[in-house]
Design a protein around this ligand. Sequence first.
Ligand code: SF4
Length: 364
Amino acid sequence: MTSPFRTHIRQALANPNLQTALDNNAERRINARIQNYAFLPEDVQVMRQRAHNIRTDVVANLARYLDQFIANLQQNGIIVHQAADANESVNIVLDIAKQHNAHLISKSKTMVGEEIELNPALEAHGYEVVETDLGEYIVQIRHEHPAHIITPAVHLRREDVGKTFNELLGVPYTDDVATMVAVARRTLRDIFLKTDIGISGVNFGVAENGMLCVLTNEGNGRMVTTLPLVHIALMGIERLVPSLEDLASLLYLLPRSATGQKLTVYTNLIRQPAVDSDGPRERHLILLDNGRKLMSNSPFHEMLYCIRCGACINACPVFREIGGHAYVGKSGKHTPYPGPMGSVISPALFDAQDFGHLARASSY
Ligand code: SF4
C-alpha cells in the first residue's frame, strides 16, 4: 500500500501551479537573504557563532533561565502558565476564554498554536477564531494548514489567492496584491475592534527582565497584543535569550534569514499588562514543554537551538518540489513543521514512529 507521504509527494509533483509558487518563493527569499547578509555590522561567521553560543547556553541551562524568566514575568504582572503538553495548553486557553465570556478570538502568527492544534479546539467549543496574519488568514479561509513556518501561503500564486478571495469572500477577482491586501485589511480591522481575546506567539523571551519579543511585518501582532482586554501569548520553553543584548544579536540574523529583511517591520517588546486605560488588563503567557525538556537531554538537543527562521526550508531542494503539505506522518497526520528542521522536530516532539520517515525527505 502506498504511504500517505508518497501519495502527497506524487500529488505535489504533478501540480505545476504549486511548483511555480514554491520556485518563486525560494528564489525571492534566498536572494533577499544573500543581499541583506552583506550588510551586517560584523563578519557573518562571528555573528553566527555568537548566536550559536547564546542558544547553546540557553538549552544547556534551560531550567535556570526558565526560573529567572518566570520570576521576572510574574514581577511584571504577567500571568504565567506552564503546560506539559498540547492538551494542557489548549485547556488553559479554554479556561481563560470561559472566565472572560469570550466569543471572538483573534490570533497573530503562532507556530506553537499550530503545534497544539488550537484553532480546531477553540472552534469545537463554539469560539469564533480569526487569523490576522495575511498568509494565515488566506489558509484559514481555504480550510488548509499553513504550508511553511514563515510563509503560510507559500503554496499559492497570487492568482490562486485572487480566486480564493473571489470565491470565498465574494469580491471581484483580481491578482493585484495591493487590492487583495486592502480587502483583507477591511475585514480584519472590524475583527480587531470586536475581538475579546488576542492570541500571539513569542519569538523570544528575555530571561533577565521577563520581556516578550514578538515580530510581525503587518502590524497585526500589535493589534492582537494591545487592543483586546485579554492577551494570551504562546511560547515554547526553549525560545529564551539570557539578555536584551543577546536578543539584539539574534535580531541581526532572524529577519535576514526568515524574510531577507534587515529588521522585521514591527519588533514588539512586551513587558506587562496595561498600566492605564488602554491595552489588555490581563496578559497571560503559556509556556509549552510538549517534549522539549526530554529533547534537551537527548542526542537531538541541538535542534532546540532553532529560532524558526525557515531558511533551511527555503534552501531545501526537496521542500522546493513538494511543499509543506506533503510532510505527513505514516498515519496521514499533518505536521506544522515541514522541511529539514521539521524532519528532526516532528519525530522528536510528536511521534517518532509516525514521523521518523520524514528524515528521508533529503537529497543527501
Ligand atoms: S533549523 Fe532551519 S528554521 Fe531552524 S534556525 Fe536553522 S535554518 Fe532556521
